[in-house]
Design a protein around this ligand. Sequence first.
Ligand code: GRF
Length: 222
Amino acid sequence: MTQPEKLPLVVLISGSGSNLQAVIDQVAAGLPAEIRAVVSNRPGVRGLERARLAGIETRVLDHKRYPDRESYDLALAGLLSEYQPKLVVLAGFMRILSPQFIQCFRGRMLNIHPSLLPKYRGLHTHRRALEAGDTEHGASVHFVTEELDGGPLVLQARVAIEPEDDEERLAAKVLTKEHIIYPMVIRWVAEGRLTCRDGQAVRDGRVLDRPLFLMDNGTTEP
Ligand code: GRF
């Protein structure tokens, strides 16, 4: 039997890379993708070490060496084109991308965000959820558009906020869910089950007018 073609990926990081690790682990377990490179805008971060340990090529493109966003993003697009990724995976890449860059990878770039979008776009999501007295919080995977944390949603996972949760505890709980939902969504793309068409996420032929949710038994709904 012929093996399905592997989806070429490039993963962009800025820090710890625990989501990168989750993807690396799933690829090792058979997710039909190939991480061609891991790119960080910060040197010396743990995610780069994780990539090296997995035998993946690493590149550092330090934003401090570029005078402005446009020149950085141009260099980044050039670097990515060396690897011909079919999917660009933002995994804790802490930079706002210019519209020109996003245009290059329209419908082929995913992000994971630590909130139940559209709630709490931007930073400090855990703190904001706690301060608002929310009873639940979570994470979202979405396609990237020019709107910050505003592209078509694909999959979300919820966690309950408990009285003993502080920012750190809540972040850790959300991260464990992130590590499940991000590889899941990447698998759907790799298996040809998920695309972004005309600004809409389409899974198994159905337009997702609202995000899918991860259930406790590991399935997704609706
Ligand atoms: C995650 O919470 C992700 O949702 C956000 O940045 C964090 C990255 O964590 N975009 P890690 O580097 O994957 O550990």
